[in-house]
Design a protein around this ligand. Sequence first.
Ligand code: NAD
Ligand code: ZN
Length: 252
Amino acid sequence: MANQNDLIRRLADDLLASESCVALTGAGISVESGIPPFRGKGGLWERFDPMEVAHIDSFLRDPARVWDLLLREMHSLLSTARPNAAHLGLARLEKAGILSTVITQNVDGLHQAAGSTDVIEFHGNFAWQRCMECEKTYSTPEVDLSTIPPLCACGGILRPECVFFGEAIPEHELARSFQLAARCGLMLVVGTSAVVQPSASLPQVARQHGALVVEINREPTHLTGSVAHYSLLGRAGDLVGAVASLVEQGRG
Ligand code: NAD
Ligand code: ZN
């Protein structure tokens, strides 16, 4: 079995050799920035079922409860979170002319903060809140949380511009992601358990269309040993950072 340094080298070589690479990222890439994932150790599911709390029906039934359990914490976590070595590593791969696009399931804005310029936010983002009555949008830091749920000047309830479970993926983001998956030569999947549909099928679509699929995750997922041609197991920051350095040397 190949050791981890061999796999890091192999991934750097595959990235250098590939004509078109995209990354698919999930909550795991932001764990080292202090944002807990939904599943896995330390995940929110240890306290409640995110599928239930982050479902649009729950929000519509009781917005104050969802703001209290989930959104208030996200508001505070995301206000201070900074990109880690994995976000920065993907931005370095773009700068090196290797990676074209990051498709992310995350709503934290950390890829853009790290310098990636083409980010598809598959599940929207938390940077904006929208009034459910008049559609006015507010940047998240300006939203006053002394009343829960927070309210628009018109009295309507504010909701994040994120896709809740049970809601449709924005059409343009959906179409573009599936096109990129079908056309890329290499898909690098980082920090996702790949169980939330439809983003979970992107690696499979890439593989079916002939792309090399490589996974980086702290633990094996159902992509490991099946959809992924090979997997690097460990912390995203260490691994993506090491791969980016090798690619930069290869380009230099
Ligand atoms: P997930 O919570 O289902 O899975 C996270 C994965 O990351 C797990 O497989 C875990 O093993 C792995 N992981 C954890 N720490 C890691 C590390 N340091 N390095 C590498 N891998 C690590 O996340 P998901 O598949 O993205 O799906 C959950 C949904 O919840 C997504 O839609 C996402 O938008 C949303 N979400 C977003 C954020 C965020 O914006 N940061 C946070 C939590 C959940
Ligand atoms: Zn309003």
